[in-house]
Design a protein around this ligand. Structure first.
Ligand code: C2E
Ligand code: CA
Ligand code: CA
Length: 709
């Protein structure tokens, strides 16, 4: 180990020599002996010794204390004073230079050594502490949070640069002041001054968190949103020695939070409020109307007419732009207290607050509708659209928003029915109709669950032989207390409710089971005689001939697993597909012809036949018929029934029969009621007939009974 160097400053040469010898004995190096204060300073700076032994009383102008003061100011080295005697004043002066020890002359070697070693040790410790402190300070000065510390009295002892920037106070000015003066917090909402968390934490002797939404006021009156906490500082024995407060500038965080909140409550495309926000405001309006009867409001539901067509033909991007341009048009006709929201798709909702007069709302609706009819220019396309509006007013006392929106929806659909581009106010009549409809819906849901549906069967007759070719399955609803309800009364409802597939599949299963049961009874071939259905006389007929016709709503064709479902029904009932004919209408081909055709082709793989029902009504065009995989065409009864008196109808029927035959399709005439009608059809070469002339639809048990008589 390198020897430690000790500079000896002593003007009494004998003592100095003695010191030198002793020190060297002890293993220290003594590079020089100095006798004056001035020389001591110079030599110390030159040699940088590890320690200075300094006589207080030097004879020259600069005494030991003054020299030591200068040396310690320039160099970080320990100084030990040598003195024979000292008065109070001198000692006081000496202590101000923070010496590392005093040695009384005459000295003892042991004392000298102990003093020097202690000085080295203390100095090393101090150096380390200083380093540590500097490091801590650097940390505090570099972190992004504002940090301030106080003593036990709560007076500021420290502030880092971020805290300085946040408050506008310099640390030097702030030190010694109360944090209540330097750090002023106000509640962002109430604007009240908050108790200082640093002082609070000292008082409570525990961590104190800042409440939410706190602003820190700077010295110049600016406000910064801040968050974080204050906590007592405890020493290693757990004693509180002050408190520290950490502050984070949460401007960015609050901006992010605000943006997230905005996104959660607004539609990304139009930046209008979304359904959630609208429902919230609507609920508030409903509540307010309940509390104060003089408060009224109006809700409008707006739907763009034929928006889907624009979207499908011109693309979604253009559709989106149209919505983006429509939004400000809507907004421009409303007051600031009103809300217009996008509900999704092309549906918008408007809440007019503080409106008791529905005619005022109607004027607003008219202005909006008129504005929307003005052309939109998008990507050089000139687009013309219109909208339909349903209006509901709070004079009908609503308890919840769902009922209110349902009624607005009803009124909006009424507006669409009445020829689009207009508005409708929900009224008592609609209210009544809506209630009846709702009750029906509930009852129909129950009908399926409670097995209130029945299947009736009506024969379809081969006109030349009068044998029964098939039976059409027709559903009935045996509603308790109301008697038999006919399908016209509930099939459209079931289609709207989306339960038609369930009904159709149930009917299909029943019909397959019934036919299988008849086949197993050995009664599979029937014919008409004298207006009655009887078994064919040829008892040894090799196989059953009667098939079953089942109606299939066009809604079915949106179901992907349709073919699988039908295959499994045939399999479950053990009926061959040859005995099944499915009746569809032309509407199947309107929405999505390609998919429908593909599905029909798959169905035909099950060996079932396809009948085109109600032909002649609706979209009928003879020219497209050949595109579809159809086996039999059923001519609607409206043509058959006028045929004998109306020449035009006769010609239509003749044309249909001729065309179908050219295309290799068979023809069934529906609704034959007279012998004359049957004769004409026979004449035209029509294969099959169905109608009251032969039989009305009846239930399976009645048919079994009459056949087995
Ligand atoms: P549709 O498929 O055209 O069925 C024939 C309708 O004409 C039946 O009425 C039948 O009773 C009636 N009809 C038969 N012969 C004559 C006649 O000579 N004169 C008159 N005036 N009418 C006759 P229904 O049973 O009331 O069925 C009405 C409609 O309900 C059916 O018309 C069909 O579109 C639908 N439907 C019936 N059952 C079902 C089903 O299970 N599923 C689906 N999706 N629709 C069904
Ligand atoms: Ca039918
Ligand atoms: Ca029909």
């Amino acid at each position: 180990m390198e020897k430690k160097t000790v500079l000896v400053v002593e003007d009494e040469v004998v003592i100095a020599m003695d010191l030198q010898a002793t020190l060297m004995d002890m293993g220290y190096e003594v590079p020089a002996i100095i006798t004056s204060g001035e020389a001591a300073i110079q030599k110390a700076l030159e040699l940088c010794p590890d320690l200075v032994l300094m006589d207080i009383h030097l004879s020259a102008a600069v005494d030991g204390i003054a020299a030591a003061a200068q040396i310690t100011q320039a160099l970080d080295i320990p100084v030990i004073y040598l003195t024979a005697y000292a008065d109070e004043d001198t000692l006081k002066r000496a202590s101000l230079t923070t010496p590392f020890g005093y040695i009384l002359k005459p000295f003892e070697a042991r004392e000298l050594r102990a003093n020097i070693e202690i000085a080295f040790y203390k100095h090393g410790l101090e150096k380390e502490l200083k380093k540590h402190r500097q490091w801590l300070l650097a940390v505090l000065n570099s972190i992004g949070e504002g940090v301030t510390a106080s003593d036990t009295e709560g007076l500021i002892k420290f502030m880092n640069p971020v805290a300085e920037a946040l408050t506008g106070w310099a640390e030097t000015e702030a030190i010694g002041r109360s944090p209540a003066e330097v750090f002023q917090f106000v509640d962002a909402v109430t604007r009240t001054l908050l108790e200082n968390p640093l002082l609070q934490s000292l008082q409570a002797d525990s961590i104190v968190y800042l409440p939410e939404n706190v602003l820190l006021l700077t010295r110049s009156g600016d406000e910064t949103p801040v968050s974080d906490s204050a906590a007592p500082i405890r020493n290693e024995r757990g004693k509180t020695e002050g408190a520290v407060m950490v502050l984070r500038d949460s401007t960015e965080q609050r901006r992010m939070e605000a943006r997230l909140e905005h996104n959660a409550l607004h539609d990304a495309l139009t930046q209008l409020p979304n359904r959630t926000l609208f429902l919230d405001r609507l609920q508030q309006a409903v509540d307010r109307a309940q509390r104060s009867p003089e408060f009224g409001f109006v809700v409008m539901l707006l739907d763009l007419d034929r928006f889907k067509v624009i979207n499908d033909t011109l693309g979604h991007l253009l559709g989106d732009q149209l919505l983006m341009q429509a939004a400000p048009r809507l907004r421009s006709h409303l007051r600031t207290i009103d809300t217009v929201a996008r509900f999704g798709g092309d549906e918008f909702a408007i809440l007019l607050e503080d409106v008791t007069d529905v005619t005022a709302a109607c004027y607003t609706a008219e202005r909006i509708l008129h504005d929307l009819k003005q052309p939109f220019i998008i990507n050089n396309h000139k687009l013309l659209i219109s909208a339909s509006i349903g209006i509901v007013q709070s004079s009908i006392p609503y308890e919840n928003t769902a009922d209110l929106l349902r009624d607005a929806d009803i009124a909006m659909y009424r507006a669409k029915e009445q020829g689009r581009g207009g508005y409708q106010v929900f009224d008592a009549v609609m209210h009544h109709q809506a209630r009846v409809l709702m009750q029906r819906e509930q009852a129909l849901t129950q009908a399926i669950a409670h097995n209130e549906l029945l299947v009736y069967y009506q024969p379809i007759v081969a006109l030349t032989t009068q044998t029964v070719a098939s039976l059409e399955a027709l559903v009935r609803w045996q509603k308790p207390g109301e008697g038999l309800i006919y399908p016209d009364q509930f099939i459209p409802l079931a289609e709207d409710m989306g339960v038609i597939a369930t009904i159709d599949q149930w009917v299909l299963r029943q019909a397959c089971q019934q036919l299988k049961a008849w086949q197993q009874l050995g009664i599979g071939a029937w014919m008409m005689t004298e207006g009655r259905m009887v078994m064919c006389p040829h008892r040894n007929e090799p196989s059953p001939t009667v098939a079953i016709n089942v109606n299939l709503s066009s809604n079915h064709f949106t179901q992907k697993n349709l073919v699988d479902t039908f295959a499994s029904i045939l399999q479950d009932t053990n009926l061959s597909g040859d005995y099944l004919k499915l009746e569809i209408t032309e509407s199947v081909f309107i929405e999505n012809a390609k998919e429908a055709i593909a599905m029909l082709k798959q169905l035909k793989q099950l060996d079932v036949q396809i009948c085109l029902d109600d032909f002649g009504t609706g979209y009928s065009s003879l020219s497209y018929l050949h595109q579809f995989p159809i086996d039999i065409v059923k001519i609607d009864r409206s043509f058959v029934q006028g045929m004998d008196t109306d020449a035009e109808k006769l010609e239509i029927v003749r044309a249909i029969v001729a065309l179908c035959h050219t295309l290799g399709m068979a023809v069934t005439a529906e609704g034959i009621e007279t012998q004359q009608q049957q004769d004409i059809l026979l004449d035209l070469g029509c294969e099959y007939g169905q109608g009251y002339l032969f039989a009305r639809a009846t239930d399976g048990a009645t048919i079994t009974q009459s056949l087995c008589l």
